[in-house]
Design a protein around this ligand. Structure first.
Ligand SMILES: *[C@@H]1O[C@H](CO)[C@@H](O)[C@H](O)[C@H]1NC(C)=O
Ligand SMILES: *[C@@H]1O[C@H](CO)[C@@H](O)[C@H](O)[C@H]1NC(C)=O
Ligand SMILES: *[C@@H]1O[C@H](CO)[C@@H](O)[C@H](O)[C@H]1NC(C)=O
Ligand SMILES: *[C@@H]1O[C@H](CO)[C@@H](O)[C@H](O)[C@H]1NC(C)=O
Ligand SMILES: *[C@@H]1O[C@H](CO)[C@@H](O)[C@H](O)[C@H]1NC(C)=O
Ligand SMILES: *[C@@H]1O[C@H](CO)[C@@H](O)[C@H](O)[C@H]1NC(C)=O
Ligand SMILES: *[C@@H]1O[C@H](CO)[C@@H](O)[C@H](O)[C@H]1NC(C)=O
Length: 457
């Protein structure tokens, strides 16, 4: 293997090593929509309840929050262990905010569903109308990062969490809310790297609040808000519980495929990760290696596309996005290899996670004039910078000069830690590496409106 040093930074989609007991088995029948596991008792996320206690909330609404969370938390195993490779539990903390925010309970204060209910029943409405949501995020930062000041210099590097974090925001007013300040915490601060925001609107007559909550839950990949609920919804409890399990269905260094699930009428993540690999090696082993660089990505394979929804999601995730943190070095994300290839009998096949091949579905998207019989691999290419077509090419990246690949791997969920190589035997990667990597990833995410690409150094 010869190394082409192109840039000092290279990006790869990296997925986890399997380890005994916890790893998802290869999907028996390859699907674009493997559901996220729904066993709440095995969840291992951190839940931050952020409760607006300004006078707009009203005490009957606080009661409703308490009864709703009592029902939900009884399904989860509430505890304090952070290392989910050994003990899976859900941690809960409560932050209330009016003109100022207060950490009403940190993770160590709540050890059971009962503790949570006691904390929630002890909350009362304040007499101020103002709601300083930015301050709530400042306090949340200190809870998640386990430190006292919301400043990198004062938060020790070991404080960065690698547990998925769900913030459920129960909001009753836009009065005093500074969206730019909140946006900074949602999109810039590394402590919130694995945070997902779930919102419950207690004041739909407040149009500014409605806009703010839409903004906070907006997902650029599907051009829609997700996990954004009304307090009056008859299925609020059910929806919040489902959303928490969605948060516990995640990809470390890539993005879950998201589609509109018509059975529940909501956008839904599936237990499958998509990521971009940028290949800097002239590799004799061809495209399969593009998704398994660094010996970490045992279960990562060039992506298969079996449905229009996944094709569209890949288009909206990658076309027109930036590969390198420096926009001047950017290049369009096409052509990019994916999993379509010819087997030894000359049939077009996709790679399965377990190394075997399988036949494509009815969804076939060859561009005009393709496939060329002399080719054995395929790329996603674009001629309009908006849609991808499938085009056949040679299988050697060094021969074609196409050094990008769209890869996929199983996600982590309550039944699996498949996405996370360093979860085994400790939650923390090398601290400084992690810190610097997170900064670069967030920078790219900002440039790319939410698409994460792994930055590997
Ligand atoms: C891989 O999984 C498929 C089922 O999807 C199975 O038919 C095949 O035998 C497996 N191959 C290997 C090498 O385990
Ligand atoms: C949690 O709050 C208690 C006070 O209720 C405090 O003594 C403890 O230090 C806090 N723990 C952390 C990790 O901040
Ligand atoms: C809201 O909280 C932030 C962060 O603590 C603070 O900087 C800001 O001054 C507060 N805003 C108001 C209006 O009190
Ligand atoms: C939080 O920080 C304290 C020291 O400030 C430490 O003793 C404790 O173990 C930390 N908790 C976690 C979960 O990292
Ligand atoms: C959300 O608000 C932030 C801060 O004002 C803004 O930069 C961003 O573009 C908004 N996003 C959407 C989807 O409206
Ligand atoms: C996103 O959705 C809005 C409607 O919700 C629509 O007006 C807009 O054209 C969509 N943008 C794209 C890029 O599809
Ligand atoms: C593709 O479209 C994006 C906007 O979606 C734009 O920023 C980019 O410059 C376009 N690239 C090319 C090669 O036209």
């Amino acid at each position: 293997m010869k190394l082409f040093v192109v840039f000092s930074i290279f990006l790869v989609a990296i997925y986890g090593l399997p380890f005994s007991g916890l790893n998802r088995l290869p999907e028996t029948s390859p699907s674009d929509k493997p559901p996220c596991n729904a066993d709440a008792s095995n969840a291992y996320l951190d839940i931050l309840l952020m409760i607006d206690t300004s006078s707009n909330m009203g005490s009957s609404n606080l009661k409703k929050i308490s009864t709703t969370m009592a029902l939900i938390s009884s399904k989860f195993t509430i505890g304090q262990q952070t290392d989910y490779s050994t003990t899976k539990n859900t941690r809960v903390a409560v932050i209330t905010y009016a003109d100022q925010a207060t950490i009403t309970a940190n993770f160590t204060n709540i050890n059971s569903a009962n503790d949570l209910v006691n904390v929630l029943n002890g909350i009362s409405v304040s007499n101020t109308k103002q709601a300083n949501l930015t301050d709530a995020f400042v306090k949340a930062y200190t809870v998640i990062a386990n430190c006292t000041l919301p400043d990198d210099d004062f938060c020790p590097p070991f404080a960065y969490p690698l547990r998925p974090v769900a913030t459920i925001l129960f909001a009753a007013t836009s009065n005093g809310v500074d969206l730019d300040g909140v946006d900074h915490f949602i999109n810039v601060e590394a402590a919130f790297e694995y945070q997902t925001i779930i919102t419950v609107n207690f004041n739909s007559a407040d149009q500014t609040l409605t806009k703010i909550l839409n903004n906070m839950t907006y997902n650029y990949q599907v051009n829609a808000s997700m996990y954004n609920y009304q307090s009056s919804s008859g299925s609020l409890t059910q929806n919040l519980q489902w959303a928490l399990l969605q948060v516990n269905c995640f990809c470390r260094d890539a993005d879950n495929f998201v589609y509109f699930d018509t059975t529940i009428n909501q956008y839904s993540k599936v237990a499958q990760c998509l990521g971009l690999a940028v290949f800097l090696y002239d590799d004799e082993n061809g495209i399969e290696d593009m998704c398994t660089v660094n010996d970490i990505a045992v279960q990562s394979v060039p992506a298969f596309i079996l449905s229009t929804e996944k094709q569209k999601f890949i288009e909206s995730s990658y076309i027109g996005k930036i590969v390198w943190p420096n926009p001047e070095q950017s290049e369009p994300i096409y052509p990019a290899y994916f999993g379509l290839h010819k087997n030894s009998q000359g049939q077009w096949m996709f790679y399965n996670y377990n190394g075997s091949d399988f036949v494509p579905s009815n969804f076939i998207n060859w561009g005009p004039g393709y496939p060329d019989p002399s080719h054995s691999c395929a790329v996603l290419n674009s001629h309009d910078n908006m849609t991808y077509v499938w085009e056949s090419v040679g299988c050697e990246p060094s021969g074609t000069g196409d050094l990008l690949a769209i890869c996929q791997a199983p996600a982590c969920d309550t039944s699996s830690l498949a996405c996370c190589s360093y979860c085994n035997g400790g939650l923390f990667e090398d601290k400084e590496t992690l810190r610097s990597k997170m900064r670069k990833r967030r920078e790219l995410k900002r440039l790319n409106h939410g698409m994460s690409i792994r930055v590997n150094k």
